[in-house]
Design a protein around this ligand. Structure first.
Ligand code: APR
Length: 244
């Protein structure tokens, strides 16, 4: 693993302007369950029932059943060392953009400024009837909660069956096509279109560095099989040896 850290650090320090693609694995050590790895959310709840727009329109209580507690406890969840390492790498000019599939808001909470939340965020909630905006954790009680106007509230996240925010997807694709290095952290890379971004980057000449506890992206050039907090802390130390 020594060589992988050295090679990844050299690549990141020399190429600079890296684009990060993060998934649920980067937030696992902040106490937020992933979806598909051991003990993941989709082991307990069928996403076709609990996270699809078709069901939400008929019965919004299902999605609120799995997301209400997180939203009302929003301030309790804190970024971890992996999120903080990315803030430092952004400030050092090494990371130019984070594209996250996560809806937990932890990259922004950590202080990252260039963040594309490609699946939206649980931070903002909208009334489907009058458009009034609510901010987590301040939403009315109830599963689902209702707006003062009586309308149903929906978090600004992308449910299965919904298209991604076009602007976010365009920016993410542009970043993937123009980066020299893509650092892929904690994603199973199975949900499209986000999962296509590493291949898109590779097709445009980027080198792919994967940080995960198990292999997920077969075409990675450098693989660090380690928990995100350990890997990113170690990678930061290695990169410092390249920065004069
Ligand atoms: N450190 C690094 N990687 C980890 C850790 C950890 N501590 N814990 C788990 N992982 C890895 C797992 O090995 C797995 O590859 O994180 C990945 C989590 O995969 P998923 O649970 O599928 O999450 P993600 O890839 O983000 O899912 C993509 O699917 O359901 C949708 O919208 C949802 O954004 C989500 C999308």
């Amino acid at each position: 693993m020594e060589a992988a850290y050295r090679e990844a650090a050299r690549q990141l320090a020399q190429q600079k302007r890296c684009v990060v693609l993060s998934g649920a694995g980067i937030s696992a050590e902040s106490g937020i369950p992933t979806f598909r790895s051991k003990g993941g959310l989709w082991e307990k709840y069928d996403p076709a029932v609990y996270a699809s727009i078709e069901v939400f329109r008929k019965d919004p209580s299902k999605y609120w059943q799995i997301r209400g507690d997180f939203i009302r406890d929003y301030n309790r969840y804190q970024p971890n060392a992996a999120h903080r390492a990315l803030v430092e790498l952004e400030q050092a000019g090494i990371v130019r953009q984070i594209i996250t599939q996560n809806i937990d808001g932890l990259h922004r909470k950590a202080g990252s400024r260039q963040v594309i939340e490609i699946h939206g965020s649980l931070r903002e909630i909208t009334c489907l009837q009058c458009g009034k905006q609510y901010l987590a954790p301040n939403v009315p009680d109830g599963t689902p909660p209702h707006c003062d106007c009586g309308g149903v509230l929906k978090p600004n996240t992308v449910l299965f069956g919904e298209s991604l925010p076009p602007q976010a997807l365009d920016s993410a694709s542009r970043e993937a096509q123009t980066c020299k290095t893509m650092l892929v952290i904690g994603t199973s890379a199975v949900v499209y279109p986000a999962a296509a971004l590493p291949s898109l980057a590779k097709q445009h000449g980027a080198r792919i560095i994967e940080v995960n506890i198990e292999r997920a992206f077969p075409d990675a050039d450098v693989v660090i099989l380690e928990k995100a907090t350990v890997a990113m802390t170690r990678l930061l130390e290695e990169i410092r040896t390249f920065i004069v």
